[in-house]
Design a protein around this ligand. Structure first.
Ligand code: SAH
Length: 226
């Protein structure tokens, strides 16, 4: 690439990023979330060769049947957690590590769990290269999440569950918030769940489509079961 080609590519990427941010700002008003999404380069997390699509508002394949979430969904899920920088956050489904990098800038500490070892290794490498030092990526254990590291002020589940998993509610601190897609394999409702002293409160943030959460309290590995 000549310096002129490089300048053109950089300019195109800059304009694509600004266009994406402008469209996110229509629905998302949390300025910390918007500033963080401007600051974190999504092209670092997509598959090599897909960089030119990194600022389209679309999910993209990252291999192993998994996807990096659509930026709009990342923005509304993150905003729903109402982070002020003091929190310990749990993510289920590290995937590319993109959502994790956003959370790392907005919270004190992030623990992220990923069931596919290759994705875990790739995300660890990218996050290390970007200098995220407050993130720990763990393999999936016998129960969803990271019960041994609980309680968490916020939990974000980036894979679809058939119901709100009781063992994740148990990992929430009192007044802790969880965003989670709940429904069938084909479509889900994005729920914001708040733990209270007497149980949980929940409200819907709208429809969405995520890859399935596998294992306990998720969908099992057989397709079309639900
Ligand atoms: N947050 C990701 C998108 C993740 S896609 C990003 O920003 O790129 C959902 C991920 O959840 C996949 O990588 C999948 O392997 C993982 N997953 C599915 N079930 C899981 C489980 N029970 N525990 C941990 N990870 C799980």
């Amino acid at each position: 690439m000549t310096p002129a080609d490089r300048a053109n590519t950089d300019d195109r990427a800059f304009r694509a990023r600004e266009r994406l941010l402008a469209s996110l700002a229509i629905e998302v008003t949390d300025q910390r979330v918007l500033a963080t999404m401007r600051a974190v380069s999504r092209e670092r997390f997509v598959k090599p060769g897909d960089e030119s699509y990194a600022y389209e508002d679309e999910p993209l394949s990252i291999g192993y049947g998994q996807t990096i979430s659509q930026p709009f969904i990342v923005a509304i899920m993150t905003a729903a957690l109402a982070l002020d920088g003091t929190e310990r956050v749990l993510e289920i489904g590290t995937g590319s590590g993109y959502q994790c990098a956003i959370l790392a800038r907005l919270a004190r500490e992030v623990v992220s769990v990923e069931v596919v070892p290759e994705l875990r290794a790739r995300a660890e490498r990218v996050l290390r290269d970007l200098g995220c030092t407050n993130v720990t990526i763990l393999p999936a254990g016998d129960a969803p999440g990271a019960p041994e590291r609980a309680p968490f002020d916020a939990i974000i589940v980036t894979a679809a569950a058939p119901a709100i998993p009781p063992s994740l509610v148990a990992q929430l601190a009192d007044r802790g918030r969880m965003v989670i897609p709940v429904g069938t394999r084909a479509e889900q409702d994005l729920l914001l769940v708040t733990r209270t002293s007497t149980g949980i409160e929940q409200r819907s943030l709208g429809g969405c489509r995520f890859v399935p959460l596998v294992g306990p309290e998720g969908f099992d590995a057989r397709p079309n079961e639900h």
